[in-house]
Write a protein that binds this ligand. Structure first.
Ligand code: FE2
Length: 173
């Protein structure tokens, strides 16, 4: 039977990422550090919101990027946030460092190609500030990240230091 998919996707890659000891320890540290945070958090709800929005945009714009590539980038894009809180390392840099190790550890039967790994790492590295000529995955991750936040329904919005033009003051389609 033909796989009903626009492109090859492999959920084993996503399970591998989430089960990797470095991912688990980084995620648990971040969860603990954000326990009492009133502003946006960076746990699984956010990561999956970003993945799904980015994939919707991928379909709407006919970019043809593999779903698992998008999901891998989304699952990893904030994983270094704990290091930002503790060590002052910008989280796009810390996340890319952690992601690199996890992606390289993938078993040969489903490891991302070198080119795909670079696409994911570059999307993570530049997800906070869009470059002037972003690669398609960079663009999707950036947009998905920003669109995922429901500022219009957030009680902490008045105190949030996000630039006013970036806040989602209404539902965006
Ligand atoms: Fe994010």
């Amino acid at each position: 039977m033909t796989k009903p998919s626009l492109s090859f996707s492999d959920t084993r890659r996503l399970s591998f990422i989430c089960d990797h000891p470095l991912y688990v320890s980084s995620y648990q540290k971040l969860e603990k550090l954000e326990k009492n945070r009133i502003f946006c958090r960076h746990q699984m709800d956010h990561l999956l919101d970003v993945a799904r929005i980015a994939y919707i945009l991928d379909l709407k714009m006919n970019l043809g990027i593999c779903q698992d590539l998008i999901y891998a980038a989304a699952l990893l894009h904030d994983i270094g946030k704990g290091r930002q809180y503790e060590e002052g390392i910008p989280h796009e840099i810390a996340s890319a460092q952690i992601a690199k190790q996890i992606l390289e550890d993938m078993p040969p039967e489903f490891i991302f190609s070198d080119e795909e790994q670079q696409e994911i790492l570059s999307a993570i590295r530049y997800h906070r500030k869009l470059r002037s000529d972003p690669a398609p995955l960079e663009f999707l991750l950036y947009k998905g990240d920003k669109m995922s936040r429901a500022c219009f329904a957030c009680p902490a919005e008045p105190e949030c230091n996000w630039n006013d033009t970036m806040k989602n003051k209404e539902i965006r389609l």
